[in-house]
Write a protein of this length. Structure first.
Length: 353
């Protein structure tokens, strides 16, 4: 009897190990020979609009999915399910319907408006959603809490440390007196940091004026108005609408000696004086890792905490720095108390891949 029990136990352990080490592969029996079939997951990736930040996030999501596929011996098929909504809600809703019809296993929406549309579209079917770069998931009503999202959705947040970037502004402009707030009222990601900026300026007796726009043409007009107002600096949070327009407006501010301080390094890449915030390459990879955990290891989005990141990196555009009349080394030294690192960048449309 003991020998029989030992044989049964050994067989059970062997079966368990087969399951544990199968990773993403599936075993089938054909003529008594086991064959390993590669498991394929259909991954929908939906980008809000073309801009340097969001492009960088998408590139890194895809690179990480490829790497994880090799590591886990399975395939994450995103090539057939990657879309760009071009900031159009009708288009984004059509994309959501198409992904559902194609029965994708998971959807990765990039930016707040995209996440909101994908969340609404998956309420009934409960396809897992892992968002990327949502600045304030609570205000956007995507999650019940950051630690326990509570539904079929979780993801990564690029929440901005507003006070830190405004301290950088004061460090560069010692006699800061008048600031322009440039953002889009159509983006939930701007609501909280703009409110925080107003509180900061009120507390420090600094005047400010708001100018907004929902299209590049409107933002060009808004930039012209801020130049005419004679503001010292302009603050923009992680606003995708302004990010899309940055290449069209940065020279206006630089020519007027107005420093543009923004909530992402991609703004500095596209001509702003200073970008401060999340490393979007890291955020993209982390988003992909969360999606893999849900697909492969069965983690539940409802119980998977939203990931946030250190907002410690200040990126200074060296060309704009010189045009504004600042010494780069002096700027670096003055920024040190308010960030973990300062790096330099030159104006370009996209990050190097």
């Amino acid at each position: 009897m003991k020998n029989i029990i030992k044989k049964i136990t050994a067989a059970a352990l062997a079966a368990l190990m087969t399951v544990s080490f199968a990773s993403c592969g599936k075993e089938s029996d054909d003529n008594s020979e086991a064959k390993n079939e590669t498991k394929t997951y259909k991954v929908g990736i939906v980008q809000f609009v073309d801009d340097a930040s969001l492009n960088q996030i998408q590139d890194n999501i895809q690179l990480e999915l490829d790497a994880k596929g090799e590591e886990l011996k399975c395939k994450f098929d995103y090539a057939d399910y990657t879309y760009n909504g071009q900031a159009d809600s009708t288009t984004l809703n059509q994309i959501a319907s198409e992904l559902i019809a194609k029965e994708v296993d998971i959807i990765i929406p990039i930016a707040t408006p995209t996440a909101q549309i994908m969340q609404a579209a998956t309420e009934e079917n409960q396809i897992p959603v892992v968002f990327a770069a949502v600045s304030d998931p609570m205000t956007a009503k995507l999650v019940s809490s950051m630690d326990a999202p509570g539904s079929n959705i979780t993801g990564t947040s690029d929440a901005l440390n507003t006070k830190a970037i405004l301290e950088l502004m004061r460090a560069a402009y010692k006699d800061l007196d008048y600031v322009g707030l440039l953002y889009s009222k159509s983006e939930d990601s701007s609501v909280k940091p703009i409110a925080e900026a107003k509180e900061f300026f009120d507390a420090n007796n600094i005047k400010y004026i708001e100018k907004t726009g929902t299209t590049t043409d409107e933002l060009i007009s808004a930039a012209d108005a801020l130049v005419a107002e004679g503001v010292d600096c302009v603050f923009t949070p992680t606003d995708n609408t302004v990010m899309t327009a940055e290449l069209a407006i940065y020279e206006k501010f630089a020519d007027a000696k107005i420093g543009h301080f923004c909530g992402a390094d991609s703004f500095a890449l596209n001509g702003a004086f200073v970008g401060y915030g999340v490393d979007y390459a890291t955020l993209g990879r982390a988003t992909a890792d969360m999606a893999v955990e849900i697909l492969v290891n069965g983690k539940k989005p409802a119980e998977t905490a939203v990931q946030t990141f250190d907002n410690g990196l200040a990126v200074v555009n060296t060309e704009i720095c010189a045009q504004l009349g600042f010494d780069m080394e002096t700027v670096k030294e003055s920024f040190k108390p308010y960030c973990t690192a300062v790096s330099e960048i030159k104006t370009a449309k996209e990050f190097d891949k």
